[in-house]
Design a protein around this ligand. Sequence first.
Ligand code: FPP
Length: 261
Amino acid sequence: MLPDIQKLREYYSEAPGDVSLDELDLERVPRHVSIIMDGNGRWATARGLDRSKGHVAGVDALREAVTTSVRLGLDVFSVYAFSTENWRRPQREVDLLMHLFATTLVNELPLFHQENVRLRFLGDLEALPERTRVVFQRGLDETADHTGMVFALAVNYGSRAEIARAARSIALDVLEGRLDASDVDEGVVSDRLYTAGLPDPDLLIRTSGELRLSNYLLWQLAYTEFYVTDTLWPDFDRWDYLRAVVAFQGRSRRFGGVVRS
Ligand code: FPP
């Protein structure tokens, strides 16, 4: 999608100094940006607050990131909201996150309608609390006809489990004669991942300075450019996002080949 330049200029009307919209090449905006939102707990602890307050502040940062993604004209924006390993957190924190996911989704439906955003979930939703699942389904139903950016939320997502699930489904199809083993190629695997039909991320951003993938989109990130910032997720704003995209545009992507002049 091409960005609406007028809206983008208004959105970025106040420059904070070290980055400007003029540095952005509007013809080379990534199609898919994915973010590992990290640092909510540290943000809260640094302020003497309960970790839950960090997650609540993280919702505001996420709302801004969705809007920025739309303004930039992305086709897909995805975020890692809850991993298969996050169940190990204290029950109180897990409960709060599940509650936040559900309430945020309901609260943000008007934004999704206004911006023509289509929702999608990545992960095993079966294990989620009933209310969260019901609200997620409502979000899917109400945005199904939207034709703008896809906003993909990874919830109860783990990449190894996703790949194992795809392998199981392929094995079953081969066993029952629907698929020939010699036809199993990268496309067949991709089509059985939660991200089926979506382009792979061009840019992965991780906040809070951690240099890990944390079991996120291991297959899909094969040729993705990484950008890590020390900014904690609740502080991540449209300017941080712009810095990341400008940095991405300064990279030379070769996909294993050579630079073409
Ligand atoms: C990482 O911070 C953040 C999460 C595990 C959850 C992300 C959730 C939100 C941003 C809330 C809103 C999300 C939606 C989808 C409505 P952390 O707790 O790992 O922080 P720490 O590393 O500093 O402890």
